[in-house]
Design a protein around this ligand. Sequence first.
Ligand code: HMG
Ligand code: MG
Length: 320
Amino acid sequence: MRTPESAMLAGLPTRVEIYEVGPRDGLQNESRILPTEMKAEFVRRLVSAGLSSVELTSFVSPKWVPQLADADELLALLGPLPGRHPVLVPNERGLERATACGVKEIAVFASASESFAQRNLNHSLSESLQLFAPVVSRALELGLKVRGYVSMCFGDPWEGDVPLAQVVDVVGAMAEMGCSELSLGDTIGVATPGRVVELLARLGARGLPPSRLAVHFHDTYGQALANTLVALQHGVATVDSSAGGLGGCPYAKSATGNLATEDLVWQLHGLGIETGVDLEVLCRTSLWMAQLLGRPSPSATVRAMASTLDLNDERGEATQ
Ligand code: HMG
Ligand code: MG
């Protein structure tokens, strides 16, 4: 089958924004560094599959993430694209590079745990918030939108449990700093649905409604779709995912791929929720990417759809 039979469930949004992170969260973690032209082709194919929010790359230190060292060249090659196309920025140097490339939205990325702040940003948790504050205020002055990620919201590989009160404090600090959308990261994929609901309730009590939140589940323990469904039932309507289930974080032990966009789209379309995505074109893109990376996609939907597609058919190739 190429499309699910659809039946609605009460209490879900009629449309969900899929925030695609494959070119950033996906490619940052691959040992094979793709040529810039291939990355640009990946983005174009994602956009032509109907994904209107695609995170393009990171303007971080190339010493820390060599996979994305070509961010400036990638943006020059892509030129203007329809839709929403944020990039990750950790500091003022990153913001300068991003604005020089004409970026309209950035994402800063904090951690709910001390250990991951140190490992991912070389700063303590509180130092990292001080690092972001001038970046966010300058970005806002320049008229950019700012998304704020908070990683390790449901557990940390070095510290174990991360107290919800600590998560809420960091998310609150990012909101107060000026981030309009807050993405709740399950960096190592350990969340389960009850915990997701608990965090959303605590954030609501802190004055952060689900309309300001996005969820960012990695699928390490196979819980990402279940977690997504409860988040939707509790009012979240922006979901991060990665084409073909690419992804991870080079600085988080045991972070595997993100929720696969194809698995998410299958579920959403089955629930009668609009996404704007052409699932077949998207699967062709992930199959093409899997070939480039030399390993099969971990997405169940990509694998199931592959057997039904004529792979010599050129649909899904982007026109420049
Ligand atoms: P540092 O080493 O303390 O920084 O790193 P520094 O200021 O001392 O700079 C070190 C070198 O990098 C210097 O070069 C700087 O110029 C250069 P040198 O003088 O040695 O030749 N540099 C830069 N170059 C270009 N662009 C820049 C930049 N900044 C410094 N922006 C820093 C601190 C924050 C820079 C570093 O730790 C870093 O870049 N970290 C990023 C790590 C990262 O990208 N991790 C993955 C993304 S987070 C994630 O995946 C989680 C998420 O998906 C959500 C979830 O799943 O939970 C978002
Ligand atoms: Mg991530």
